[in-house]
Structures are given as C-alpha cells and as structure tokens.
Ligand binder design. Structure first.
Ligand code: TTP
Ligand code: MG
Length: 348
C-alpha cells in the first residue's frame, strides 16, 4: 500500500455500513435476520418518548426511519421487533471494521461508528479502485458478516453521495467524466449538509435538483444560505476540495492501576508506580514521543480523586530521576489514607 506522494488525481472511497445497529443486532439474534427490526428507545406500547436510532430495511418499508419518535414507529408497525441500542457492543464491531480499513489506506477519516473516508489515490485508476472497493466489501462480510455500501469518486462529498446511491450492499463509482451527469438529476437532499430545513428553504425557490443549484447561481445561494450556499453551488459543478481529516495524534500517554483491595502501605504503592513508570518510559522511547510534563493520579478508597502535574524536560526523562520525582508527588497525597487507584501520565 502506498498512500504518500502527490497523485495527480484524487480517488476517495466512502464506506457506510447498512442499517448498522440493526445488522449488528441480527448477528447475535439470528432469528431477527430479514425481519422488521427497530433499534431505539423503549416504545412502551406506543407511549415511549425516545426516538428511533435505526431500522432494518424491512422496517423502513413501513415508513420507519432514524430520528423518528419511537411512538410513531410503534404506530406504523406494531409487529416490528424493538430493541434498545447497545453502543458498547456496536463500538467493538466498529473497531474491528476500522482495523480492516486501515490496511487499505493510511489516509483515513473516521466519520462515525459505521462510516469512513479512505484516500485511495494510490490505486491511480478507477478500475483498480473499483476492484479495491469489491475486495473491502468482501473482507468486511467474510470477517464480520456485515454488508456495507461503498462509493468511490474524486472527492469526499461525491463519494458519500455515491455510497448512499445504491443502498444496501451497493458499490457506486463516479468517475470524473461522469460527475456532472451523475449530479444533475439528484434530489438536493442527497447532498451531505442539506437536511430537511435547508431543503425546505431551497424548495421555496423551486430548487429541487442539484442542477437547479447550478442554474440559480452562487450569489443567490450565498444570499439565502451564507457560506454553505456557496459550497453547495460549487458542489453542483462537481467541485469539492474538503480534505480527509485524520485523527489527531494522542497528546498524552498514561497507565493506571486499580489495586485488588484498598492499600495503605506506601512501599506497595511505590512498587506499583515503579512498574507503571517503567512501562510508560519503554513505550515513550519506542515511539520517540516528546514529553513536557508528568501527571500523578491518586484515587482514595472513597473515590475522591486527585491529580498533580509537574513540568519536565527531555533530559529528565530517565528512570531514576523520574521515580524519585513520582515518589515525592505521591507522598503529597498519602496522608495515611487508603488508596484505590494509582495512575501516571505523560503529556506531550
Ligand atoms: P447511518 O449510517 O446514518 O444509518 P444506518 O447505518 O442505520 O443505515 P444506512 O443503511 O442508511 O446507512 O447511521 C449509523 C448508525 O448511527 C445507525 O445504525 C444508528 C445510529 N444513528 C442514530 O442513533 N441516530 C440517527 O439519527 C442516525 C442517523 C443514526
Ligand atoms: Mg450506515
């Protein structure tokens, strides 16, 4: 995989899992597969006050969709299956999906739990990019038994529109030469950033299709929608220069330890701190991270928690020196109180 270098033509892949929470639930409730399934707040027999997180494609046929009041969803389909969301479970799946995706590009943006942009300009042409799209879909399904939709184009927004174009389980390629043809007759709601509110403003002026944005012109759109309007105008011409936003590097690195039982013995606490410090210094030297301060965290048995930080410079990044410092920092807190947790953190 090569992701660096100035490729003349940008190729962006957008992936979005289909009905993510609902699909995830069918993995552990196979009896719900291909059934109308709604993930959201408890419908409480139609009196529930929360909203729908997502619905399986079978449930969408009843008019159920994300964000809708759960009471309405219940009225639309009393025989649908309703489950409450379990975010931690979805996060675990999401992490594994991203592990797969990271193999295919170093320039990757996490746009949500089930959504990512990958810069795949290194594939150089759309034929190879399409092959890669198929490969990723195959691998996601083989490893996680989940279907996704992929869009591939010359920019982020167009790739996202493309991934939503043939959902579920779609793969849509929009090459530069087909861009304007593809955009022309799309409903304006397909554009990322045009929600129901913006759409209703635009429709007041008869603007329903992407082509209408182009015809009405930049100045008018800017007048009614501000800077956003100008972006929509440029998008109608196929112009979108938004960059992939990679996650910022971590600006701290830390470890903590919760004792099996609350501890009073100072030397025992020091010995744990020693272990944490050794591990952290090891990691810092491996990753060649620059450090500006160290933070000690102490939690007493009653959960009261304190942190204490001190500046350090790179010459001081030696075990003996730091261990002395850490011991002093810890001692400030001990005060003959039982300790539940000890933590050490270095800040960049
Ligand atoms: P989406 O990708 O927008 O929706 P989806 O994956 O359920 O369906 P699609 O096939 O159209 O992509 O969002 C991903 C998950 O985020 C979704 O499964 C549930 C959650 N979500 C909410 O909780 N509330 C919301 O309003 C939306 C839009 C999503
Ligand atoms: Mg999705």
């Amino acid at each position: 995989m090569k992701t660096r270098g100035n490729y003349k033509n940008k190729i962006i892949l957008h992936l979005d899992l289909d009905a993510f929470f609902a699909q995830a639930e069918t993995l552990r409730h196979p009896e719900l597969k291909n059934k109308p399934l709604v993930i959201g707040a408890d419908p409480k027999g139609g009196k529930g006050r929360g909203v729908v997180s997502t619905a399986s494609y079978e449930a969408r046929k009843f008019g159920i969709h994300s964000g809708q009041p759960i009471s309405k969803a219940f009225k639309l389909c009393k025989n649908c299956f309703f489950l409450k969301p379990d975010i931690n479970y979805y996060k675990k799946i999401s992490k594994r999906i991203f592990k797969i995706l990271k193999k295919y590009s170093k320039r990757i943006e996490k746009a949500g739990l089930d959504e990512a942009y990958l810069d795949i300009s290194y594939t150089k042409d759309f034929k190879k990019a399409e092959e890669l799209g198929r490969k990723i879909k195959k691998e996601v399904f083989a490893k996680e038994k989940l279907t996704c939709s992929i869009g591939i184009s010359v920019s982020k927004k167009i790739a996202k529109i493309a991934s939503g174009y043939h959902k579920p389980n779609g793969l849509t390629i929009v090459k530069k030469e087909n861009l304007l043809e593809f955009l022309k007759n799309l409903d304006i709601e397909r554009i990322p950033g045009i929600g129901p509110k913006t759409a209703s403003i635009l429709k007041k002026y008869g603007i329903r299709k992407v082509n209408h944005l182009k015809l009405i012109g930049k100045d008018f759109l800017e007048k009614i929608l501000g800077k956003k309007g100008r972006d929509f105008y440029y998008l109608s011409l196929g112009i979108d220069n938004e960059e992939i936003k990679m996650r910022k590097k971590r600006n701290s690195i830390g470890r903590e330890y919760t004792f099996e039982k609350d501890i009073l013995d100072k030397n025992f606490i020091f010995s744990k701190a020693k272990e944490l410090l050794k591990n952290l210094l090891n990691e810092i030297s491996k990753k060649k991270i620059k450090i500006s301060s160290i933070v000690v965290k102490i939690r007493y048995s009653n959960f009261e928690t304190h942190t204490y930080s001190q500046k350090i410079n790179s010459e001081e990044l030696k075990f003996d020196f730091l261990f002395k410092k850490v011991k002093k920092m810890i001692e400030k807190f001990l005060d003959n109180k039982k300790i539940r947790l000890i933590g050490l953190r270095f800040l960049k």
